[in-house]
Design a protein around this ligand. Structure first.
Ligand SMILES: [Fe+2]
Ligand SMILES: [Fe+2]
Length: 200
C-alpha cells in the first residue's frame, strides 16, 4: 500500500495566518482519535514543536502556535484511516482553509512514506521530533522513574539496540537530523528536557 501523496503544493497562500487555537485542535482530535497512546504521542509532538519554535528559533507566539498545530495534528488520521495517512488530514485542513505552512509540514513528516521533502524549518523539525520522541517515550516507559534522570547516553544505547522499539526507523532519525542540521545529542537532550516538563 502506498501513502505517496504525489503532490508538492498544499493549501492556499491566501489562507496564511489561519491557525486553530489549542481548543480547536482538541475538538478535532476528540472526534478523530480514540487511541490514548496515539493521542499522547501527538500531544508530545505538539508540545515539542511549540517549545522548539519559542526556545530554539525565537519565534513569536502566533508562529509557535502554527508549529504546535502541525505537531499535534500530524497523525490525526492514523487511528481511523491508516491507509489514508496523512492524505485525509491534509484534505480536511485544506477544506478548512488552514494556513498552508501547517499543511505542508504535516505532509512532509514522513518523506519516505509520503514523498514530500521537508523544506521549511517547521517541516524539518516535525520530521526530526516525530520519530525520535516516539523512541524516547518508549524508553521512559521502561524506566521506573520515567523521564526523571534520563540521560542522552541511555537513549543512544537504545538507538543502537535494533530490537528496542524496532518500528522506529534509525535511518529516518539520522536522515531527519541531517536535514534539520541538528546533532542527535542536541535533539535527544531537548526531547528529554521538554517531555519531562510535560509529564511532571
Ligand atoms: Fe505519521
Ligand atoms: Fe507521529
Amino acid at each position: 500500500m502506498s501513502l505517496l501523496l504525489h503532490k508538492t503544493e498544499f493549501g492556499n497562500t491566501s489562507n496564511a495566518g489561519r491557525i486553530w487555537t489549542k481548543e480547536e485542535c482538541n475538538t478535532l482530535l476528540v472526534e478523530w482519535v480514540q487511541n490514548p497512546k496515539l493521542r499522547q504521542h501527538m500531544d508530545q509532538v505538539g508540545h515539542l514543536m511549540e517549545q522548539w519554535a519559542v526556545k530554539r528559533e525565537g519565534l513569536d507566539k502566533t508562529t509557535a502556535n502554527a508549529w504546535y498545530m502541525a505537531g499535534v495534528l500530524h497523525d490525526a488520521d492514523w487511528d481511523q484511516w491508516p491507509d489514508q495517512h496523512c492524505k485525509k488530514i491534509i484534505e480536511y485542513l485544506e477544506a478548512q482553509e488552514i494556513d498552508p505552512t501547517v499543511i505542508r509540514a504535516i505532509a512532509s513528516h514522513g518523506p519516505r512514506h509520503f514523498g514530500v521533502v521537508p523544506e521549511t524549518r517547521m517541516d524539518q523539525m516535525l520530521y526530526a521530533l516525530d520519530e525520535l520522541s516516539g523512541l524516547i517515550h518508549a524508553y521512559s516507559l521502561l524506566r521506573p522513574q520515567g523521564y526523571e534522570g534520563m540521560e542522552v547516553s541511555g537513549v543512544k544505547k537504545r538507538l543502537k539496540e535494533k530490537t528496542f522499539a524496532a518500528n522506529v526507523s534509525r535511518e529516518e532519525i539520522d536522515e531527519a537530523c541531517t536535514i534539520a542540521n541538528v546533532t542527535k545529542e542536541e535533539l535527544i537532550q531537548f526531547v528529554i528536557q521538554e517531555l519531562s516538563n510535560l509529564h511532571k
